[in-house]
Design a protein around this ligand. Structure first.
Ligand code: ATP
Length: 331
């Protein structure tokens, strides 16, 4: 078994080993089944899953807000129960609320004070953060007048007050319009460029797909997929080719492997799907095409969107329901 409290040889920012949580009560709920997970420095990691999958439970375990039933977790190489581990961690909770009668600047100051940030640091950091989240011009307006997007950006500023190396963002674009979402996405990209590790919990899969380098999908408390967005959205061993039209003997010879698209293209080129077991077999197909005088203009893997993958994974009912489990929209 892995030891999560060992110093991370690869510098993992977040690591779990057999981390599990069962909520007690008359009907115990296995909210998180034993989970081994690692997130490296500078990654933008997306945690996905349907309602009740165990995402919030995992985040709460990682923040030391609930105790695990089994296993262990470390943040920046320290056990999550160690207060020092959380000193360099920021957190934007889902559905956070700010007092409407405070200005943005006062809100930031208040939360930083409660979080133990000293006056000097608050005075230096607050204006820079307000600028970073593009609230410099609205810093002295009451937050009661802020839009949802501005409130979320203020929440992100609050989460960044202690210069975290790791920041948890729980549904940062919840209820935010497309323009506001883009601003938040750009902010996350800025954090990534600054080397901050971002752990993002979101139901907005198109946003996750655009911003995250790696994702994990939880279902019924279990990890069912994990990998880079690039790898996970690949559809089997399928490629799409753009070529000059195949001479009939070539098309016939490769008939079981190359499936030409019958729709003619205005540019005279032809599209085809290729399904082969591996890259070597793809290379052999391309060699054959070229040998037969076919120009291969483009080769790209066939992909599905993260949303399509997600729906496929969560509707494929291969995990047994847990006793007392809350499901879907009942959440
Ligand atoms: N304090 C608790 N006591 C008992 N059961 C709980 C408790 N908190 C969560 N659960 C249950 O644990 C399971 C996982 O819940 P959790 O809130 O972690 O899921 P989630 O993926 O964050 O869902 P959502 O997307 O709706 O926020 C659910 O079946 C839920 O009902």
């Amino acid at each position: 078994m892995t030891d999560a409290s060992a110093p991370p040889p690869d510098g993992a920012v977040l690591r779990t080993a057999g981390l599990a949580k069962t909520y007690g009560g008359r009907t115990p709920v296995e909210a998180l089944r034993p989970l081994d997970l690692e997130v490296g420095p500078g990654e933008t990691f997306g945690l996905l899953g349907p309602n009740g999958a165990g995402k919030t439970t995992l985040v709460k375990l990682l923040l030391g807000l609930v105790r695990p039933t089994a296993g262990e977790a470390t943040l920046l190489g320290r056990p999550v129960s160690d207060a020092d581990a959380r000193r360099e961690v920021g957190y934007l909770p889902e559905g956070h609320r700010f007092p409407p009668f405070l200005t943005g600047r006062e809100t930031l100051d208040l939360f930083a004070r409660v979080g133990g940030v000293d006056a000097d640091r608050r005075a230096r950091r607050a204006p820079a953060l307000l600028d970073l989240v593009r609230l410099g011009g609205a810093a002295d307006r009451k937050v009661g007048t802020y839009s949802k997007g501005m409130l979320q950006r203020l929440g992100i500023a609050q989460a960044l007050m202690n210069r975290p190396r790791l920041v948890f963002l729980d549904e940062p674009t919840d209820g935010v319009d497309p323009v506001g979402r883009r601003e938040i996405r750009e902010l996350i990209e800025t954090l990534r460029d600054d080397g901050v590790t971002v752990f993002l919990n979101s139901h907005l899969l198109s946003e996750v797909e655009r911003v995250c380098t790696r994702v994990a999908i939880l279902k019924d408390g279990a990890l069912v997929r994990e990998g880079t967005v690039d790898d996970l959205t690949r559809v089997g061993r399928a490629w799409r080719l753009l070529t000059t039209p195949l001479p009939p003997p070539t098309a016939e010879a490769l008939g079981g492997v190359v499936d030409p698209d019958p729709a003619p293209r205005a540019d005279g080129l032809a599209l085809a799907h290729v399904v082969v077991p591996d890259r070597g077999a793809l290379g052999a197909v391309l060699d054959r095409l070229r040998a037969d005088g076919v120009d291969v203009e483009a080769v790209e893997p066939v992909r599905q969107s993260l949303e399509e993958l997600f729906v496929e994974v969560v509707t494929h009912d291969d995990a047994p329901p847990r006793p007392g489990q809350r499901r879907g929209l009942e959440a």
